[in-house]
Design a protein around this ligand. Structure first.
Ligand SMILES: [Zn+2]
Length: 133
């Protein structure tokens, strides 16, 4: 029992400070979303418009948010202000997903470190030289 406590104590502080840092990342932003944001310059449908002269006269920029919903790809036109929010929200989601993966890895490492030490202490106990009298 004393052994188990010291094992837990040894790993508690660095483990929990790393997890606390990850948890701070999770709560950092009010907006998260998936998908990609595309910035496009486009011609219009008017045959007499100057945009017919070439790409340098195209209208825009237009911001399209592409994401999956129910297995289907959805494209949505956004205002520049919305595009700014979605851009940040996509980055936030990536940060959060990376933090969750790290959190899981930290937990697995923590469990394995405890197991290694426990197995070691068991092995020590079981590997006492046999008394031969
Ligand atoms: Zn045009």
């Amino acid at each position: 029992m004393v052994n188990t406590m010291s094992i837990a104590g040894r790993h508690l502080t660095p483990f929990h400070s790393r997890i606390a840092a990850l948890r701070r990342k999770l709560g950092a932003s009010p907006h998260i979303c998936s998908g990609t944001l595309a910035r496009r310059m486009m011609p219009c449908g008017n045959a007499a418009c100057r945009c017919r002269k070439g790409r340098e006269y195209y209208h825009g920029p237009y911001y399209y948010w592409g994401r999956r919903k129910g297995g289907r790809l959805i494209q949505q036109l956004l205002s520049p202000a919305e595009a700014k929010i979605v851009n940040r929200a996509i980055r936030n989601q990536k940060t959060i997903l990376a933090a969750l993966r790290q959190w899981e890895e930290e937990t697995v490492r923590w469990l394995q470190a405890g197991r290694k030490l426990r197995d070691g202490s068991l092995r020590k106990k079981n590997c006492k030289p046999a008394r031969t009298t």
